[in-house]
Ligand binder design. Structure first.
Ligand code: PMP
Length: 407
């Protein structure tokens, strides 16, 4: 598909509505993206024609559902360039993917006085599971500090790395600031001390090309709903040898080879990690989201989003009272800011009155907000279907709101 913004917008039914009497401007894409009609149609089609449980049926519908389900796994393998589809595990989302690693890899490979490294800009879902693990195991959580601009401080990272480091778990692109972390370098340095690396790809997959073999990360976690797919579905990629070396996460149907009351043997990967009936419909529909992204190409998507962010930066930088939060040199399309003298929530409500949907608050990154000494920010995050004129509308809204307290 050629990159025609009107054509792209035409694929997203939800965008064509008014909010408070104004055309909707949806800038809450880092929370969740909208879904193209092909994804919505696929969900409907599945329930109307194919609904069946997978992997165990002897009938046509079960066969079909299984085939479609596994086709999505293969599409994801291709999307992140994993070596084999067995390395792609379906979960409920990034949160569950990270918890899976904490409970399995963590249980087997992290012990007393081992260290886990994260950064100051982590989402709570890449903090809390490690705190829980450290408490259980007597391990230690170490935090890489960041600069005023919102970039990790490399020297400090190197100082924290040691043979005690068993895992570096870091966000690829920050949801609150937009910072893209230098993950290639981080992975290389972590591997040099024998540590494994988990990348939280919740915010990077929709904007950046992901090649897990090239990156050489050990685990990669992301959510379908942040890249134009359905909610309640996520992915954990892991290298085969690691997935084989760690114990299962949940016990139940599908994840077993053989069960007796005395002993259970486990299924091959990825099924070892997919206990119970999975989220079949959403998995099948997710493939359409990947088809949509691939049809445009990540490079074109990134270029468009970079232009939107540059336009937003340009239009807001001279607004009196406008305080950007997160000014890293490498960013995905996130504009996080405050307005001098105003609470972020109030700003969000005023923008909402203009039909502009943004997120306000700590964005599940409270320690990051503490680092900047703020309670929260207003976050406008852009996606492939956003336009320059929407950015102009946002900038005008911000300017009017800022004028209230910054005459
Ligand atoms: N990490 C980051 C960077 C995120 O932005 C999010 C979602 N806001 C998550 C993890 C958690 O994703 P989910 O809620 O889909 O599990």
């Amino acid at each position: 598909m050629r990159f025609d913004i009107d054509e792209i917008r035409g694929l997203f039914p939800v965008l064509h509505q008014e909010v408070h009497g104004r055309p909707l401007i949806y800038f809450d894409n880092a929370a969740t993206t909208q879904k193209p009609k092909a994804v919505i149609d696929s969900l409907l089609n599945y329930y109307e024609h194919d609904n069946s449980n997978i992997h165990r049926g002897a009938h046509a519908l079960a066969d079909r559902a299984t085939r479609y389900y596994e086709e999505t796994r293969e599409a994801i393998r291709d999307f992140i360039n994993a070596k084999e589809s067995a390395e792609v595990i379906f979960t409920k989302g990034t949160t569950e993917s990270i918890n899976l690693v904490a409970k399995t890899f963590g249980n087997r490979f992290i012990g007393k006085d081992d260290e886990i490294l994260i950064s100051t800009m982590e989402h709570h879902s890449n903090i809390v599971p490690w705190q829980m693990l450290c408490e259980e195991k007597g391990a230690h959580l170490k935090v890489i500090p960041i600069t005023e601009e919102g970039e990790i401080i490399w020297d400090e990272f190197e100082k924290l790395l040691s043979p005690k480091t068993k895992l570096v778990s870091i966000v690829h692109a920050s949801n609150a600031l937009g910072t893209i972390n230098p993950v290639e370098k981080i992975i290389e340095a972590a591997h040099a001390v024998g540590a494994k690396v988990l990348l939280d790809g919740a915010q990077s997959t929709s904007h950046l090309d992901i090649d897990v073999q090239n990156l050489d990360c050990d685990f990669f976690a992301f959510s379908a709903h942040k890249l134009y797919g359905p909610t309640g579905l996520g992915v954990l990629y892991g290298k085969r040898e690691l997935l084989e070396a760690i114990p299962p996460f949940l016990g139940g149907g599908e994840m077993i080879k053989e069960v007796t009351f005395e002993k259970t043997t486990y299924n091959e990967i990825p099924f070892k990690f997919e206990a119970g009936t999975p989220n079949i419909a959403d998995v099948i529909a997710f493939k359409e989201a990947l088809v949509f992204i691939n049809s445009l190409g990540k490079a074109h998507i990134k270029k468009h989003e970079d232009e939107l962010l540059a336009h937003a930066n340009e239009l807001t930088k001279h607004i009196k009272g406008f305080i950007p939060v997160g000014t890293a040199s490498e960013k995905v399309s996130v504009l996080s800011f405050n307005i001098n003298g105003m609470h972020p929530f109030d700003v969000g409500q005023m923008l909402d009155a203009r039909g502009i949907a943004v997120r306000t608050g700590h964005h599940c990154t409270q320690p990051l907000m503490n680092r900047f000494g703020i309670e929260g920010t207003v976050r406008a995050s852009f996606a492939v279907y956003n336009t320059k004129s929407e950015i102009e509308n946002l900038a005008e809204g911000i300017a009017r709101i800022a004028r209230i307290k910054n005459k």
